[in-house]
Each structure stands twice: as C-alpha cells, then as structure tokens.
Design a protein around this ligand. Structure first.
Ligand code: ATP
Ligand code: MG
Length: 385
C-alpha cells in the first residue's frame, strides 16, 4: 500500500491577504530541505502533500520536516483508490498495532462517493470492531486515537491515525534576517533556535581569542552553529578574532570592567557586520540576572552602543528551561564540552555587577575603539555550514 505524508501548518492561517507569501516561503523551505530526495510535492487546500518517495527515505524526511519552522503537524497516511473496501483494508492495517479507544472521522471532498461521510465513519467503525473488538472500543469524546478518512476529489483516499507534532512557528525568512552572537555555551544556540522558529533567518558571529582559546573551542562553536543551521536551512558563521581587543582592555582599563567593555565591543562589531550583510537585528543568549554581565545595568551598558534592535529570546527564561530546549535540539551535550571561551580569558575576580555607565565610558576612552573595531572586521573569517 502506498504511503504519503500530509503536512499541516498553523499560524499562517491568521495571515489574511499575506498568506500566500508565507505559504510560498514554507513550500520553498521544505523543498530546499529535502534536496536530493525523490518525491512528488502537491499543494492541497491549506496543506501540503509528499508522495511517491522511497519508503527507506521516510525517517529521513520526517526528521527534516521536524526542523522546519512553520510546520505544525505531519501525518503518515495510507493512500488507496477510493472504494469502501480499500478504506477498510487500510484502516485495519493501521489498527493492527493500536490499543484503546478510537473514533472515525470522514471528510468527503468527492461527493459522488457512497456512502456519505457519516455512514462511512459508522460502517468503518463497525468493521474495525468486528476485527479488533477485543482490544479496541469506540469513544466519541477524547478517544485515544482517531481514524481519519480523507476522500479526495481525484479518486484517492487517505487513511491515517496519528499526527506528529512539529516545530510550529513561522517559515524561516518570513521575519527578516538576524545576526546571532554565538558562544560555545548552552544559551546562545537555544536563542538561535527560537529565533529561527519565529521565522527570522540567521547568520552567526563568534569571537574567539586565539591563542588563548584553541582550535577545539572553535570546532565546538562550528558544531553548535551547524546544529542551529539545521533549523535555518544552512547557515554562515563569521569568526572574528577578539584577542587584540581583550589585550588592550586588559592593559588599559580597570579590571572590573573587563567583561562590560568586551560586551560593548561585541555589540558594535555585530552591528557593523549586520549592516554589511543585510541583517536587521542582533540576537544574544542573555537571560536576566544569570551572570554579572546580564544584570539590567550590564545590559544597559552593552545596549547603549548600538541602535539596531537587540533581540534576547531567553531574557526571562530560567536556566533549567533553557537546558530542556538545548537537550531537545541536541546542542546540550556539545555545549557542555569543557573548552575555554573568550569570556573566560582575562576573567576578573570581581566583575562589576552593576557597572556605572559614566565610569565605563571613561574607562573606554583610553582605547582606540574605532581602530580596534576596524582591525577586527578586516580579519573576519566566513564559514559556510
Ligand atoms: P552562552 O551560554 O550563550 O555562552 P552565557 O550564559 O555563557 O551564554 P555570557 O557569556 O554572558 O552568557 O554571554 C551572553 C551572550 O553573549 C551569549 O549568549 C552570546 O549571545 C554572547 N556571547 C558571549 N560570548 C560570545 C562569543 N565568544 N562570541 C559571540 N557571542 C558571544
Ligand atoms: Mg558563555
């Protein structure tokens, strides 16, 4: 029996006149993600259909669809020529592994099909009970599963029992472009994933401090970026050397402002790069009060050097909830690998928790801010993942 995958989307329904823009984007994202696989793609009313694929590719396809923002659920359906006997055969096949309560729901687009929807559901329910009455029973309210029968106009019928919950959200690319500041930590990949899920296409920027941070630390960030890229339809990682900037701060400024000043440089460089590559926002993995550099005073200090929107998807989330998402998107185990990060180099014993902006600006005036930024941007490395 042939199988097909039904793809449903969610919030796009709310988009009124702009709906076709979102639908087109989702369709393109799906096709791009399944490049290299043979299948037939059909647009149905408010749904997409994937057919005529090799059964061996099923798991791969489902895995890919599970990473595409905008897809709400998918179902594996059996496809039969529309006769009542064929529908029964498909339903019995699906019920063979089921246990518990069910009901049948029939949707009959082909009005020439007999019996009508109500009667099809009733008679099919009877056939299922005849065969599996020992382990299955009918329950109209909140059954364990639903046997869905979709009788289409083209003479084919879909029969399915399960739908797999996917990412939901909005198609990547529908909400503009952003630049994610990605470290080797737990938080920033999660922030990136949440941003993709709301439809923003990402590029990533990482600061490394060679030779203080080594090749393994960089590889770790590349791996994390690649994982975020799975939700983004591929991704570019920009790597900037931060060493000279850190050395200059360390040499010229009070130790307590080390991190505060680093953050201000990161933001400025991110904004400059954003403008170059057409990015409309900076995204960070900051979470309010998590560490000294994430108090509202520290955030005020780093935010005040840029005019571009800075999006902080995790700002009000607890670490425990962030970790849960990191596990779900499979970045956690990589994030906790014990490599040094540029923020752990020259780490002050007592960082300013509530940096005074006037004092920060005064400390910073000892540096050639513009020259250091120019130098950092000149030696930027781009890695396509
Ligand atoms: P993360 O788990 O994302 O590393 P964190 O809890 O360690 O976050 P910080 O080190 O204060 O927090 O970093 C806050 C944010 O600043 C990060 O989420 C990230 O967006 C950005 N950031 C920190 N270090 C770097 C870096 N080396 N390169 C690029 N961005 C960075
Ligand atoms: Mg970190």
């Amino acid at each position: 029996m042939k199988t097909a995958i039904i793809i449903r989307y969610c919030e796009i329904h709310l988009k009124g006149k702009n709906r076709s823009f979102f639908e087109k984007m989702l369709k393109e994202n799906i096709k791009r993600s399944l490049k290299g696989i043979d299948f037939k793609f059909t647009v149905m009313h408010s749904r997409y259909l994937i057919e005529d694929f090799d059964d061996n590719d099923y798991e791969y396809i489902i895995d890919k669809l599970g990473k595409i923002a905008g897809i709400h659920t998918v179902s594996r359906a059996l496809v039969v020529e529309s006769t009542f006997d064929n529908i029964v055969e498909a339903a019995l096949l699906l019920c063979a592994e089921k246990i518990g309560t069910f009901k049948v729901e029939t949707n009959r687009a082909d009005k020439t099909f007999t019996p009508d929807s109500m009667e099809t559901s009733r008679q099919l329910g009877g056939k299922v009970l005849e065969k599996f009455g020992g382990k299955l029973s009918v329950k109209v309210k909140n059954p364990d599963f639903i046997i869905s029968v979709d009788i289409r106009e083209d003479g084919k019928t879909f029969v399915y029992t399960d739908s797999i919950r996917c990412l939901s959200g909005m198609p990547v690319g529908s909400a503009g472009k952003g630049l994610l500041l990605i470290s080797g930590g737990i938080d920033s990949p999660v922030a990136g994933y949440l941003t993709c899920k709301r439809g923003m296409r990402l590029d990533c920027l990482h600061f490394h401090s060679f030779p203080y941070t080594g090749e393994a630390a960089k590889e770790k960030v590349i791996e994390l970026t690649r994982r975020v890229g799975e939700f983004n339809g591929g991704i570019n990682l920009y790597v900037v050397s931060f060493t000279h900037i850190q050395e200059e701060i360390h040499k010229n400024c009070p130790e307590e402002f080390m991190i505060t000043l680093m953050r201000r440089f990161m933001m400025r460089i991110a904004e400059r790069l954003s403008k170059r590559i057409g990015s409309q926002a900076i995204i960070t993995g900051e979470s309010l009060g998590q560490v000294a550099s994430q108090t509202i005073e520290s955030i005020t200090s780093s935010n005040s050097v840029v005019t571009m929107p800075v999006l902080r998807p995790l700002i009000m989330m607890d670490k425990i909830d962030i970790i849960e998402i990191a596990r779900k998107i499979d970045t956690y185990e990589t994030s906790i690998l014990p490599y040094e990060d540029c923020c752990t180099v020259f780490l002050p014993k007592f960082p300013a928790i509530k940096p005074n902006l006037e004092r920060v600006i005064k400390a910073e005036s000892r540096l050639d801010v513009e020259g250091l930024i120019e130098e950092a941007l000149k030696n930027i490395e781009k890695i396509e993942l």
